[in-house]
Design a protein around this ligand. Structure first.
Ligand code: FE
Ligand code: ZN
Ligand code: FE
Length: 218
């Protein structure tokens, strides 16, 4: 369908969102299964239920506009989910993998927020308040889901993930070996350097830098 008017653009966007949400209903159960933090697991499960409701609203909105839902692939969502999955697969289970999943889930929520926000406004401009209301409900759920992920990240996952990184034995070994090389000697001086190196790592991983990602500040 050529984009001949704002109305056809809106219909294209709703068709795209319908596929995006369908893709999410397949991804969220995998993310819930892979999550270690209980609150994150239940947030993914809850959002799966919400996503099914969002699909109903999108179908209603399309019917209201006199359109039959068509098949279309949302390449944006496909890309976001593929990228998220490939990083997730490279990360061992635990708080760090939870942080990795929160990163990709928040990217997904922001993509959806942009899509629903613009589509809702087009519906308003086109004099379709019922469609606008349905899209606004979805937008509110996406914002709440994003906010919940931020809260889970800040309450525990970010800190736990940073600690996990600090305590990886390979990293400690590297830091201590580095300190020995710097000191040029073994004994108490190098042990002190090793401690200093570990402290420095601790500061980088946890204290000095903000625990929030930019997305988590929105
Ligand atoms: Fe959604
Ligand atoms: Zn899309
Ligand atoms: Fe969502």
């Amino acid at each position: 369908m050529a984009v001949a008017s704002l109305r056809t653009h809106l219909i294209e966007e709703l068709t795209d969102l319908l596929d995006a949400e369908n893709q999410l209903t397949r991804a969220l159960p995998k993310m819930a299964a892979a999550a270690t933090t209980k609150t994150l697991k239940s947030a993914f499960e809850k959002h799966l239920q919400e996503t099914r409701g969002q699909i109903n609203r999108l179908n209603k909105a399309l019917r209201h506009l006199g359109e039959r839902p068509r098949r279309r692939t949302c390449e944006g969502m496909q890309g976001l989910l593929a990228e998220g999955e490939s990083v997730m697969k490279k990360t061992p289970e635990g708080a760090l993998r939870d942080a990795v999943m929160i990163t990709s889930a928040q990217k997904v929520e922001h993509y959806e927020m942009a899509s629903y926000g613009t589509a809702r406004t087009y519906a308003q401009v086109l004099g379709e308040p019922d469609v606008a209301r349905l899209l606004d409900q979805n937008l509110k759920e996406e914002k709440a889901a994003d906010g919940k992920l931020t809260a889970i990240a800040e309450r525990s996952v970010n800190h736990d993930a940073a600690e996990e990184w600090q305590s990886r034995p390979e990293d400690e070994g590297k830091l201590i070996r580095g300190a020995v090389w710097l000191g040029g000697a073994v004994g108490s001086a190098s042990r002190e350097l090793g401690r200093a190196a570990r402290r420095a790592a601790g500061i980088n991983g946890c204290r000095r830098r903000s625990r929030r990602t930019p997305s988590q500040r929105t």
